[in-house]
Write a protein that binds this ligand. Sequence first.
Ligand code: AOF
Ligand code: ZN
Length: 374
Amino acid sequence: MGGTGDPEQDELDRRFMAAALRLSRRNSGRTSTNPSVGTIIVRDDGAGPMIVGTGVTAIGGRPHAETEALAEAGELARGATAYVTLEPCAHHGRTPPCAEALVRAGIARVVGAASDPDPRVSGKGYAILREAGVEVTERVLAAEASDQLSGYLMRSLKRRPEVILKMALSSDGKIGAKGQGQVAITGEVARREVHLMRTEADAILIGIGTALEDDPELTVRLPGLENRSPARIILDSEIRLPPTARLISGVDRVPLYIASSLEADPQRRAALERQGVRFIGTEVHDGRIALPELLEDLAALGMSSVIVEGGVAIARSFLDEGLVDRIVLFRGAVEVGPEGLPAPVDPNRIPEGFRKLREMQFDQDGFAEWVRIV
Ligand code: AOF
Ligand code: ZN
């Protein structure tokens, strides 16, 4: 962890960085392909630290967080400290670099959390600041920032989106019963939590088996957040999704992608395309879509995070291929019984290499989240 050597200052820095990280979540899932970054500008005129400007990367990715925070601070930025959750940019995009803007505004000190892997920025943002005489403290709450920016970091460094595996388990460890369609395993609070998770992701992915069995919508249906639905992706190598599927009915509002074999029936494809469905042609090995290549395609479409929501075979493939970065398991009070489908992951036997990030218990159900240790 970064620090100044002065424990009091370090404690203060961590507090403001924690606030900047919380602030940065405001636009998570809405800034693609940019990460949602937070900036807080703080000055101390002797009476204690005072926040004079805050900013988050705007919806759509521009303006950047620093621009917003500097605009709010105005002249009060002179001599102040800026807390940024990501290294300020060094490249000329649609606007001049944030590092230069911070210098021009007279910022005396910059405290940063994550470094930016973007080659146009990496190390250069901090260098611009130091060369201009700005004091820089790096890597404050770096681990927390990496967690917050995990999708962006994954896409930049590995050229694939972060994969979040989400499953709901009954009290006896089942994920439903074959042929019964959608079984309500968890209650209302858990349902809301899932929908909130969706708002921060770029896409939800399921297999055609689940799509046919459940006929889901895969949208966000929370009051006020209906327009925050991420794209939906169906793994359907042979294009079996019927034109009457509920997934298709909302296609003008929320994008629907079908990942199908390049050899799949062109007529069925054309018919669905006329309904507004988009296609991703994928390689298929032994009847299965090649997941690493698919994820590369999704990253190229600008997606930084994908929630895999079912079914068992797909979950298992992602797990077996080491492509899961987060596991979120909901646990319901319902018992499915011996005919139920056993879950591919057991909360008491999470694969090696993951650590528990958080856990919540509601009245009837709860959930826990694990992240891959990097
Ligand atoms: C910042 N502050 O709030 C964000 C940054 O396409 P552009 O010009 O917007 O640049 C995208 C890059 O900017 C992105 O890859 C990442 O390096 C950085 N994101 N930088 O200074 C911000 N969101
Ligand atoms: Zn910038």
